[in-house]
Design a protein around this ligand. Structure first.
Ligand code: CO
Length: 297
């Protein structure tokens, strides 16, 4: 059983994640800037009483995930297909949700494929079901509409300050016999008209601190302390550049890299350069299933 106090924090995080996602969905319009929209969504999260569980990510066209605006990001929305991924935490308890926005007007089927897959997966959810049956529902919904699920991206468990906790929730039928246990998970189908596989490509703007080592330089220590305040959750240099100069942040990041305590996540790009859509919700799996985020209702 999950304590009421903890469940309430998950629900609050989920509610803020939903509101911030829907707010951001409206901001993604032709002529709007990636940087401005990203900053506004992150500000909304704080305004509503939450904190970002990771930097807001808006991944366009063949980029499926992990595109996070940089400080001087030049991107202006035009006719992209955008995957907007917003995660919020309240005292470490996370609500994670995502949706797709098509500015071209040509990709509504592709968006519907990931949304239908999420709906089909939601119907399968129950304590003790095979996790592969969730993947199967996702795969069937997406292939049934003539697209492919992205096989090497998956949903995930959620733990306190843990956005990539086990178990992985696959987007295809892995045939595994592993079953769903009590806990919190995020399901995130990705649909594509490309190859169905992504790879890392380009410069990382999402990072995570994966260890603690002492550093000598004063401002590097200050930056380390700032990053410590994220409690191991992903962050981006855009956040650090509000307080520190480029030279300081670059130097600090180089040090963390050399010390082996920095993990960087480059954009995840469709291998066949296909377009990618995404839909995501978070759930509590127990005797009853509780939807933590619900932007699709
Ligand atoms: Co997620």
């Amino acid at each position: 059983m999950i304590e009421k106090e903890i469940m309430d924090k998950y629900r609050k995080a989920g509610m803020i994640a939903k509101k911030s996602l829907l707010y951001g969905k409206e901001l993604i319009r032709k002529g709007a800037s990636m940087l401005d929209v990203t900053n506004k969504i992150e500000a909304k999260i704080f305004e509503l009483g939450g904190k970002p569980a990771f930097p807001v990510q808006i991944s366009c066209n063949e980029i499926a995930a992990h595109y996070c605006a940089i400080t001087d990001d030049p991107l202006i929305f035009n006719d992209q297909l955008c995957c907007l991924d917003v995660g919020v935490h309240v005292d470490g308890y996370i609500g994670d949700n995502a949706c797709s926005v098509d500015l071209s007007g040509k990709n509504s089927d592709l968006i519907r494929a990931s949304e239908e897959a999420l709906r089909a997966a939601t119907e399968v959810l129950a304590l003790g079901v095979k996790i592969s049956s969730i993947g199967k529902a996702i795969e069937n919904a997406i292939t049934g509409m003539g697209f492919k699920p992205v096989k090497n991206l998956s949903g995930h468990g959620l733990s306190r300050y843990g956005v990539h906790a086990p178990p992985a929730i696959p987007n295809f039928d892995t045939k595994s016999n592993e079953v769903l246990e009590e806990g919190f998970i995020a399901i995130e189908p990705f649909a594509t008209d490309g190859s169905g596989m992504i790879h890392e490509k380009g410069k990382a703007s999402v990072c995570e601190m994966i260890g603690k080592k002492s550093v000598r330089t004063g401002f590097v220590r200050d930056i380390q302390k700032e990053i410590d305040s994220f409690n191991g959750l992903p962050f981006c240099t855009r956040w650090l550049l509000r307080k520190y100069s480029y030279a300081q942040v670059n130097f600090a990041m180089m040090q963390f890299r050399q010390l082996g305590i920095l993990r960087e996540y480059p954009p995840l790009v469709e291998r066949g350069n296909g377009l990618v859509s995404q839909a995501e919700n978070s759930f509590y799996i127990g005797k009853e299933i509780i939807q933590i985020t619900n932007p699709y209702l």
